[in-house]
Design a protein around this ligand. Structure first.
Ligand SMILES: [Ca+2]
Length: 385
């Protein structure tokens, strides 16, 4: 009996020790950053950058993508005959062998700062409910990324402020211009009240202005702040995206479908076919700084001059880290959605401003580093024919 007990104990100990060794890498893997991605992704595409950007959410190994919230505004849906991007999300779920939930949000703008939008159609409630469910079910606080209007997050906050305060780690708000009040930026115009609601709240927010503090550069033939450069805005330009043809053929196929605005009904079977495309047009990007930050990576220039986006623990002494920081600030939001930030002495304000230093250097580094990052992305597993 004693021997049996001892044997059981020994076996148990061996199992426990084996578990320690087995579980170490598994638990290291489990320490991914939980993320809700709110994106104004449409199908067919409205801004191809949104289809392009969502690949990062699925492919970065540091990210635990808990939900994709399809931010949709009716003037775009009806005016340009677009729908919320259920198809591209489903294609990425298929390619990455995942089932990340997605849902859309109310398509009309908020009517008041404290609007809970419970009068919107039930179908359009699902995105708000999904945010709240992910927050409720998460053991740890969640990072919430906003690449379109801020409506989804503002309405979720209006419905359950205590839950948002407890479970939102940080909101990455990609919107507005950096203290430039000559023009309203696109994401602000999508829902001005939502921006005001969030920026006047006590939620932790990192502001990534899309537009610069000037409008010196030309995009789409017009001089606009969101196509201009300063140390605090996130915009950069890829002269052409031909590297997509060198990406994993499955991801290349997904991007060909999006760039060419394909409309075939068998949109998953389409992902099984090899196809390259012409990506030589200029590509505008505002999202990369956010992803580098939320994944804990660094943008570096190696000793040989090449630039890469790499995990922080792989930075070596000879690497030069290109700034991609968050600095404490205070933010004041005007009633019309225009906002102004000022540097703060300490982080107690719960608001941060993106800082990239020399914007030209930042752009040059990203023009080398982002293609390299994307060429390294591979769907983990998928059904083969
Ligand atoms: Ca967007």
């Amino acid at each position: 009996m004693k021997i049996l007990v001892l044997r059981r104990f020994t076996a148990g100990l061996a199992l426990a020790l084996a578990s320690v060794f087995l579980l170490t890498p598994l638990s290291a893997k489990a320490a991914k950053t939980p993320v809700i991605d709110v994106t104004d992704l449409y199908h067919p595409c409205q801004d191809i950058g949104d289809n392009f950007d969502l690949v990062t959410a699925y492919a970065l190994p540091e990210i635990d993508l808990r939900a994709v919230i399809l931010d949709c505004t009716d003037e775009w849906r009806s005016g340009s005959r677009l729908d919320p991007g259920f198809i591209p999300v489903t294609q990425l779920n298929y390619l990455f062998n995942r089932n990340v939930p997605c849902a859309t949000i109310p398509w009309q703008r908020m009517k008041t700062l404290d609007d809970t939008m419970l009068d919107a159609p039930a179908f359009q409630q699902a995105g708000i409910e999904l945010i709240l469910r992910v927050l409720r079910e998460s053991k740890e606080p969640v990072h919430v990324l906003s690449f379109g209007s801020a409506r989804a997050i503002a309405v979720a906050f209006n419905r359950d402020p205590a839950l948002c305060r407890e479970k939102i780690k940080l909101i990455y708000l990609s919107a507005g211009n950096s203290n430039y009040d000559q023009d309203f930026e696109h994401n602000v115009k999508l829902d001005r009240l939502a921006i005001v609601r969030l920026l006047r709240s006590d939620l932790p927010i990192a502001v990534y202005p899309c537009g610069a503090d000037n409008a010196d550069s030309i995009g789409y033939g017009v001089k606009l702040a969101p196509f201009s450069y300063c140390p605090n805005n996130s915009y950069w330009k890829m002269p052409n995206s031909d590297f997509i043809n060198q990406m994993d053929p499955r991801l290349c196929r997904y991007l060909v479908y999006a760039f060419q605005r394909e409309s075939r009904a068998d949109f998953l079977r389409a992902m099984d076919e090899k196809k390259t495309g012409d990506f030589k047009g200029v590509h505008y990007v505002w999202e990369t700084g956010v992803w580098i930050q939320v994944s804990g990576r660094r943008l570096v220039q190696h000793a040989d001059g090449t630039c890469r986006i790499i995990p922080a623990d792989r930075v070596v002494v000879s690497d030069r880290v290109v700034p991609n920081d968050l600095r404490p600030c205070t933010v004041e939001a005007r009633d019309d959605g225009m906002f102004y930030w000022q540097p703060a002495e300490h982080a107690a304000t719960k608001k941060w401003i993106y800082y990239r230093g020399d914007a030209v250097e930042n752009e040059k580094a990203l023009q080398d580093a982002l293609p390299a990052l994307y060429k390294g992305f591979h769907p983990d597993a998928r059904m083969e024919k």
